[in-house]
Design a protein around this ligand. Sequence first.
Ligand SMILES: N[C@@H](CCC(=O)N[C@@H](CS)C(=O)NCC(=O)O)C(=O)O
Length: 210
Amino acid sequence: MINNSLKLFFSQYSPPARGVYLVSKALNLDLTLVDVNILSKAYLIPELVSINPQHTIPTLQDGSFVVWDSHAIAGYLVGMYGKDDMLYPKDPKKRATIDQRLHFDTENLFPKVVEAIYPILFRGKTAVPSNLRESIKRSYGFLEKFLKKKVWLAGNDLTIADLCCVSSIKKCKQLPYYQEANQRGLDMLGSKIQERLVETYVRNLTIKND
Ligand SMILES: N[C@@H](CCC(=O)N[C@@H](CS)C(=O)NCC(=O)O)C(=O)O
């Protein structure tokens, strides 16, 4: 379904932006993607800052309505454009479980990704500290427990919890739109991290030899 009024401020390097992109694919919605280079200092484009003072990626503009935070955007897209509520059921118990997973992503998973990756991308660090690696493993352990006896993260059906957390990764890989909507950006982020590690390594060698 093409909706020309839906504009998503997006970056392949942004996991939450890719979460929203996955949701749009699940809904068969065509978004207009505005590619924002979050790796460059010039990413604060006026078009984004004027509608979202927090200037976070992803931000959705639907006509005169603006919403940001990937989880809020995902719920909005299902409510507004879903042919049914399967991806984000209105049933209070089902929704509460999904919301718990989404909040887990906000307060636990994503901050750890940021803590692990940002110092390598932006501050010349070359490794993820071992205590953080342990902490990330604990988070994945929680996800495994959430998944126990369930097909998907919040029950037997795919929901926005899966698409936002992309935690039940093997299942998500089976989705027909997964490669385009997540794997491509994930590979780009992986290559960028490798590139930064090599740059930092070479810079450190040069400093040593000076
Ligand atoms: N909880 C937010 C996190 C959004 C976020 O922090 N996005 C990062 C990119 S992955 C960003 O916009 N960073 C630049 C900034 O905060 O100005 C969400 O789920 O959308």
